[in-house]
Design a protein around this ligand. Structure first.
Ligand SMILES: [Zn+2]
Length: 161
């Protein structure tokens, strides 16, 4: 597969002209620790954009935010990223969050149903089974698909102002 139009420069410092801007894959390890401490509403606001300055400084920005690098003073403005492209990223992230949430709600609804119908034994059966199925089968599969989807998403090249 070709390079398409995305800028990356994976690891290799490229000509030093334009900065690399990477979106961190939500399926990746870095991204996962972020999931836990996301600000409320961050899901609807979309994933953060990881900007790497030419001097090596890094910063996560929300779409539309501008940042002036502390060490070299270059200014980066994420609103230069085309809205549609960012939307694709945002939608992909949302789409993949639907499954875990839907499953959680389903299991919770079943647990409530069994409890209300006096079938408490089934709840004790349901929860461990649901959790193991999720962690052993569904979650790895889900994350793999997510990573594949994320890999196809664009990366952008910004220019300092
Ligand atoms: Zn800098």
């Amino acid at each position: 597969m070709g390079r398409r139009s995305r800028a990356r420069g994976e690891g290799t410092p490229r000509e030093g002209r334009a900065p690399r801007e990477e979106r961190r894959a939500p399926g990746g390890r870095r991204r996962r620790e972020r999931l836990g401490r996301e600000a409320p509403g961050a899901v609807l606001g979309g994933p953060p954009i990881a900007v790497t300055c030419e001097c090596g400084e890094k910063r996560d920005l929300r779409y539309g935010d501008a940042w002036t690098c502390e060490s070299c003073g270059r200014r980066w403005d994420t609103s230069h990223i085309p809205r549609e492209q960012y939307e694709v990223v945002r939608r992909t992230q949302l789409r993949f969050r639907v499954l875990p949430v839907a499953l959680g709600l389903l299991v919770a609804a079943l647990a409530i149903f069994f409890t209300l119908t006096g079938n408490v034994f089934s709840v004790f059966f349901l929860l461990p089974v649901a959790l193991s199925v999720w962690f052993v089968f569904l979650r790895p599969m889900h994350r793999k698909r997510y990573r594949a989807a994320i890999a196809d998403l664009p990366r952008w090249e910004l220019h300092p102002e």
